[in-house]
Design a protein around this ligand. Structure first.
Ligand code: LLP
Length: 437
């Protein structure tokens, strides 16, 4: 997909760049992002909304992959930005992202985070709970401003890939429950607060979802809630945010819909539900993360040791692992991979790709068909753009990899590889433990 192909030297090429050359130049492990594919995914969402004629915002959920160059792309593609921490907010502001297009999420925003958000004049705070509602109102009061807010509500819909679970009550740390009346109470109380301005509600039903039914049901419940709130509290929502969660294809077992289909399903449900009640059509916001960057990312590794246990399994180890991609260990996530430097060679054996961390569970892929490999070969693991770099760690004190954006035959470094200084330079040895000269 994207701009990947096998070049005349039989090597995997992404964005016009030979991956073996990228590995040699930047070292491995290396995250390589196909910039044209990221931009294409942004455009798919934006154009699908434009076609509906509705007012909208597509906010890139930066948690999927938050670096300054990515914030620039999101801005250039006309997207808004969802952040969930002071660190993500800092990254966006430092990249010059327009603050009025930033939305701040999270179930435990600190006072410092709220102050930072208010001082930066961001577009809206997605209020998650009563503690936060009152803390935000107080903080805004001290600063003499009025802050725009959405309420995160839980509509009692939980979607997982192919099924969704519909429950009256939702057991989750996030948001105000519609079913038990806490969402209604939040709006009633917020209406009396002078330093918040209610824009509407937000709901997020899950991640890596392939079907539209969960979104439809969530839209139905949110619309019904909006109607109740209007009738009983005389508060009219101008924004409905239906979150993210649009699935992507990691392996052939995954069957996502074209992104425009999700947008259509969401806008159709909102339109029909709101017009039914003669409710002025709200703006629709969504927050895709994975579907913007997931398939644009590829991780390049250098193959090292192997261990063959006859009749059992052959392990082939790479120079990264759960430190740069914790998803297989955390979620049993599946990935596809290719031999990047000999991409035309026929597959000859079934191997399992191990990481280099000191932990048995540090396996990236089980039972992968590959040509016979040797130390020094380059392995490309596909679809690693979302929640890989952003969840990377320094376990075993490994240095986190570099990130490059490739486009039209050029590769730009967007995150440099960590150094030993990055790893150990923050450590402090207390005076009393220091070695005497
Ligand atoms: N909006 C909210 C409020 C969210 O909580 C999330 C994801 C998104 C948007 C973006 O969802 P996406 O379009 O990326 O599915 N670390 C996990 C995924 C956690 C998702 C958390 N929230 C993984 O690696 O699969």
């Amino acid at each position: 997909h994207g701009t990947s192909q096998i070049n005349s030297d039989g090597r995997l090429e992404i964005g016009g760049c030979d991956t073996a050359e990228l590995a040699a130049k930047f070292g491995t492990p290396l995250y390589v992002f196909d910039e044209a594919l990221i931009r294409r995914r942004c455009k798919e969402f934006v154009e699908a909304f434009r076609a509906t004629g509705m007012r909208y915002q597509v906010a890139y959920a930066s948690k999927a992959f938050c670096v300054m160059a990515m914030c620039r792309i999101a801005e250039e593609e006309g997207m808004s930005l969802d952040v969930v921490s002071d660190g993500e907010l800092y990254t966006a502001l430092r990249a010059g992202f327009p603050p009025e297009r930033i939305h701040f999420h999270g179930n435990n925003k600190t006072l410092e985070e709220l102050e930072m958000a208010i001082d930066a004049k961001i577009g809206c705070v997605v209020v998650d709970n009563f503690t936060e509602l009152y803390m935000l109102n107080e903080t805004a009061k001290e600063k003499g401003v009025k802050v725009k807010i959405l309420f995160r509500v839980t509509p009692g819909v939980e979607a997982h890939t192919h099924e969704f679970i519909s429950t009256g009550q939702t057991d989750t740390k996030f948001g105000f429950d519609i079913g038990n009346g806490s969402a209604f109470r939040a709006i009633r109380e917020a209406k009396e607060l002078e330093h918040v301005e209610i824009l509407g509600v937000h709901s997020h039903i899950g991640s890596q979802i392939f079907e539209v039914d969960g979104f439809r049901l969530a839209a139905d419940r949110v619309a019904e809630f909006a109607q109740n709130v209007r009738l009983e509290l005389d508060v009219t929502f101008s924004v409905i945010n239906l979150g993210g969660g649009f699935g992507i294809r990691y392996t052939e077992e995954d069957s996502p819909l074209p992104l425009a289909k999700y947008v259509q399903a969401i806008t159709d449900s909102i339109k029909s539900n709101f017009t039914k009640h003669d409710y002025p059509l709200p703006e629709i916001w969504i927050e895709p993360g994975r579907s913007i960057v997931g398939d644009a990312g590829t991780t390049l590794y250098t193959i090292g040791s192997s261990k063959d246990i006859p009749g059992v399994r052959k392990y082939v180890a790479v120079d990264g692992g759960m430190t740069d991609n914790p998803r297989p260990a955390l979620y049993d996530a599946k990935y596809e991979a290719f031999l990047a430097n000999r991409a035309n060679d026929p597959n000859e054996e079934t191997v399992s790709i191990a990481g280099k961390c000191c932990e048995t569970g540090d396996m990236l892929i089980r039972d992968l068909e590959l040509p016979k490999t040797a130390p020094g070969d380059i392995l490309a693991v596909a679809c690693t753009g979302a929640y890989n770099y952003s969840m990377a760690s320094n376990y075993n004190r490994l240095r986190r990899p570099a990130v490059v954006f490739v486009h039209d035959g050029e590769a730009d470094l967007v995150v440099r590889r960590e150094t030993f200084e990055d790893v150990a330079g923050k450590d402090v040895i207390p005076e009393r433990m220091q070695k005497q000269p």
